[in-house]
Design a protein around this ligand. Structure first.
Ligand code: HEC
Length: 246
């Protein structure tokens, strides 16, 4: 008996099924995503980046920031990104609509940058940080990127764009440090990294209703130990009980 047609059909069906599962289904689910109205229906999310910020994305890619920085807020069950202050909600496909290529990152030598534009909102901070991270975070292991800046002799008048550096980071007298266009684009891109808008598929976590005083900080400590509340009694922990300690 000739089984060739049967084998052919079997192989065809197997390939067709995997294609449908791996290509077609994701395409139907997220392939047609577009901007959505959020926040009371008056803002489109994600916002398109400005031209400067878009070019900054290319600088980000070219400098390999992705080797040390991720751009994905992990859900709470998998880590504590929320507690670290990296984002109010997990990242979803919608967040990356205008990213090409997407800079997810796999390693976290430094903090996640998905929402860095909400943590630091002005470009000056980013310019100074790129020029020398030590200025803002002494002891930082982030490498400086001085080649993004021009160190040049001050002309008739100092450049209005020159960084205002504290004494120990400033160049010698008569010189100034001016960001090149790459630095300014990169800073614009970093400010544009804001992906916290609440979405249907990723709403902000609801605050738990409790009568207990709010814990000051979300920490990794097991529940019960993490509180800044003053002890209910002035007695020391050991004295508070009469039970023999042994
Ligand atoms: C070798 C690893 C490494 C590379 C490459 C790197 N960074 Fe960092 N970055 C770090 C570390 C570590 C920190 C945390 C430093 C600190 O806070 O002291 C950091 C912090 C930052 C911060 C501050 C974030 C925050 O929340 O405090 C920004 C912004 C940043 N990096 C941007 C960049 C950009 C843009 C690039 C590419 C041009 C880049 N980094 C490349 C390691 C790196």
């Amino acid at each position: 008996m000739n089984r060739a047609p049967l084998i052919f059909l079997g192989v065809f069906a197997a390939l067709a099924f995997s294609w449908a599962g791996l290509v077609l289904a994701p395409q139907i689910q997220i392939g047609g995503q577009g901007q959505k109205l959020v926040q009371g229906g008056d803002t489109l999310y994600p916002a398109r980046r400005s031209g400067m910020a878009q070019q900054g994305a290319a600088v980000y890619v070219s400098l390999g920031c992705v080797y040390c920085h991720s751009q994905q807020v992990q859900p709470r069950e998998w880590g504590y990104d929320n507690a670290r202050g990296w984002g109010k909600r997990r990242s979803v496909a919608q967040d990356y609509l205008f990213d090409e290529p997407v800079q997810l990152g796999a390693r976290r030598v430094g903090p996640d940058l998905s929402n860095v534009g909400l943590r630091f909102t002005n470009e000056t901070f980013f310019l100074e940080f790129l020029y020398n991270p030590q200025m803002h975070h002494p002891g930082s292991t982030m490498p400086p990127f001085p080649f993004l800046f021009d160190r040049r002799r001050i002309g008739k008048t100092p450049s209005p764009d020159a960084l205002k550096l504290p004494q120990q980071f400033a160049p010698e007298a008569g010189y100034e440090v001016v960001p090149k266009s790459g630095a300014r684009k990169l800073a614009a891109y970093l400010v544009s990294l804001q992906s916290e808008a609440p979405l249907f598929e990723a709403p902000w976590p609801k605050a738990k209703r409790t009568n207990a005083p709010p814990a000051a900080l979300d920490t990794n400590a097991p529940p019960g130990t993490a509180t800044n509340a003053a002890p209910a009694t002035n007695a020391s922990a050991a004295a508070a009980t009469n039970a023999p300690t042994k």
